[in-house]
Design a binder for this molecule. Structure first.
Ligand SMILES: C[S@@+](CC[C@H](N)C(=O)[O-])C[C@H]1O[C@@H](n2cnc3c(N)ncnc32)[C@H](O)[C@@H]1O
Length: 274
């Protein structure tokens, strides 16, 4: 005789135990996956903890836990990632937006009313869309070298009803001038070790940038150095790259350069003004 399906609470405990080795947040992951199966939020799982799952729900939950145990990120399994006030669609075509990238959005929140912003390496559109959502007076555009990423960004803009135009292109090549450029480009060194969830699942073209991780940033700084725009350039960086990137930006003619830290205290964004 088949075993009876578990209760909601028992399913969360069993899922969390199964994910303990592959995830830093096993209980949260199990709750999010079971919430998806049941179509409810995490708080409802607590209220309903003594409720038995229906057999098909238990089977579906097990299948999602198996995917997570194979290191697939929860955001890809759910097809969604929260970023600031937005719920973005994400899949393997784009990098999963990270909380530390909010710092780049915060730079944009300070821009003068009505100014124009170009998000270079827009991926899912996270930075551009969050900015358009919180500062509808700005003229926001996004560009990415990946045709797939631009398709995801456009889908997100349409679903969220946000007025951002996206194009496929290499850095700022062929882009109309903008007052400000924000960029979270790849900045991981080619041989840097990354967790299995990241390296096995997220697009390599969104992560790696040459032996020191600065190959793409260096090209962008070179490209803006020979243009009269933008007035402000803000670049997300790795925690060890502040001094090197600040020097690149200064040499490109940006007289005022600062390195900002994220909530964890790591150097995260270089801002240059000219
Ligand atoms: C680290 S991901 C960031 C995605 C998004 N901005 C975010 O913060 O979630 C870097 C993005 O830069 C794009 N990219 C890499 N090289 C590029 C280039 N030469 N021109 C434009 N985009 C590029 C990648 O395709 C990827 O979408």
């Amino acid at each position: 005789m088949a075993a009876a399906p578990p209760t909601v609470g028992a399913a969360v405990r069993a899922g969390a135990a199964q994910l303990a080795e592959c995830s830093a947040t096993p209980r949260l992951d199990a709750e999010l996956l079971l919430g998806r199966v049941l179509g409810v939020g995490r708080e409802r799982l607590v209220i309903d903890r003594a409720r038995p799952l229906a057999a098909p729900q238990a089977v579906r939950f097990d299948a999602l836990v198996e995917r997570r145990a194979a290191h697939e990120p929860v955001a890809y399994i759910l097809g969604r990632r929260a970023f600031r006030r937005l719920e973005l669609s994400v899949d393997r075509r784009v990098l999963i937006p990270r909380p530390e990238t909010e710092l780049l959005v915060e730079v944009g929140l300070q821009f003068a009313a009505g100014s124009s912003v170009l998000d270079v390496g827009t991926g899912s559109g996270a930075v551009a869309l969050a900015l358009a959502d919180e500062r509808p007076d700005l003229e926001v555009r996004g560009v990415d070298v990946s045709v797939d990423a631009v398709a995801v960004a456009r889908e997100n803009a349409a679903r969220l009803g946000l007025d951002v135009s996206f194009r496929v292109g290499d850095l700022v090549e062929g882009c109309a001038p903008a007052d400000h450029v924000l960029a979270n480009l790849p900045y991981v060194a080619d041989r840097a070790p990354l967790p299995a969830d990241v390296v096995g699942w997220e697009p390599g073209g969104a992560l790696f940038a040459g032996p020191d991780g600065l190959a793409v940033i260096r090209r962008l700084v070179g490209a803006v150095a020979v243009r009269r725009w933008p007035r402000l350039l803000a670049l997300e960086i790795g925690s060890e790259q502040g001094a090197a990137v600040a020097q690149l930006v200064r040499r490109a003619g940006f007289a005022q350069v600062e390195v900002r830290r994220d909530l964890a205290g790591s150097e995260r964004v270089v801002v240059g003004r000219r």
